[in-house]
Design a protein around this ligand. Structure first.
Ligand code: NAP
Length: 279
């Protein structure tokens, strides 16, 4: 029987087993997908040994994505660009790594708003961490013309400029309103807005009419930023879709079937998030 897992530290919060076990059942595949709590000092060894283990692969979550990048035998172009791996699969006796966060975001956007084109659009990303980098790379691949970045630590914006070039524009406080007025897609990739945490201070009153507002946080399912955007009449996109869509390629690599992100799966994971919120 095939086995796959998600590794992280801590790992209890992970919804990946819910997603992959839903698809395993749906496709009648005799396999298991489980959580593995792996301490940071053991992560590299676990990943390097995957090729000779009982596992066909694994998902990798915080804080192991960079370690996974170093530990696998091979990485593809996307993982190389990010220096981070979220999906490991075994091929020809080797542990190989890729990163599906960026494609997960784009697929979620297309799924929710099929008519929203990205070519030549202007985006603003709040945040400059790992998830921001994955989404920036995917937006550039999708033809977005320019990407403004708002981030607490300026050095990380400069790093993104050095990596991705002149399409990346630093947005400081004084330029924020003008940039928002010309923006087609605003994405929060910071952890600001998570349940019980600090909210984003950005005022979106001046945001271009009809601009799409996305948040990659999914606990809560609707952040204060999205609630405000909705109130102002903007189309909005929560982070749960990205989580579901980033899981698709791993499942296909491990089990040979491309699974679908159905309404039923969305509702199943959303209910689990809501249940956890009430506890
Ligand atoms: P990361 O690499 O640690 O980056 C965190 C980002 O948040 C940085 O830009 C950081 O700014 C900013 N930030 C954190 N605390 C802040 C504060 N108090 N004030 C201002 N800025 C703050 O993390 P990540 O891996 O990119 O993940 C970011 C978020 O995305 C997390 O909430 C994660 O759960 C979520 N995520 C969701 C999905 C999904 O599938 N929906 C996938 C991946 C990640 P500095 O640079 O100034 O530190």
């Amino acid at each position: 029987m095939k086995k796959a897992c998600v590794i992280g530290w801590p790992i209890e919060h992970s919804r990946s087993p819910l997603i992959h076990n839903y698809w395993l059942k749906k496709h009648g595949i005799d396999a298991t997908y489980e959580k593995q709590a792996i301490e940071p000092e053991n992560a590299a060894q676990f990943i390097a040994a995957l090729a000779v283990s009982e596992f066909v692969g694994c998902n990798v979550t915080i804080p192991h994505k960079e370690t996974a990048f170093q530990a696998v035998a091979e990485t593809d172009k996307i993982a190389g660009r990010l220096g981070a791996v979220n999906t490991v699969y075994v091929r020809n006796g080797k542990a190989c790594g890729t990163n599906t966060d960026g494609e997960g975001f784009i697929a979620s956007l297309h799924h929710a708003y099929p008519a929203f084109g990205l070519k030549n659009k202007a985006a603003i990303i709040i945040g400059a961490g790992g998830a921001a980098k994955a989404i920036i790379g995917a937006l550039i691949d999708a033809g977005v013309a320019r990407i403004g970045i708002i981030n607490r630590t300026r050095a990380r914006i400069l790093d993104l400029q050095a990596q991705f070039g002149s399409q990346i524009i630093e947005i400081n406080e004084t330029a924020a309103n003008d940039a928002l007025a010309a923006c087609d897609l605003l994405v929060n990739t910071t952890s600001l807005g998570m349940e019980g945490g600090t909210e984003i201070a950005l005022d979106i009153q001046h945001l271009k009419r009809n601009a799409l507002v996305a948040d990659i946080i999914y606990v809560p399912l609707e952040t204060a930023l999205l609630a405000k955007a909705k109130q102002l009449g903007h189309p909005v996109l929560g982070g749960l879709g990205m989580l579901l869509h980033q899981a698709v390629r791993g499942f296909e690599l491990w089990f040979g079937v491309k699974p679908e992100v159905t309404e039923e799966l969305h509702d199943l994971v959303a209910a689990d998030v809501q249940k956890a919120s009430k506890q």
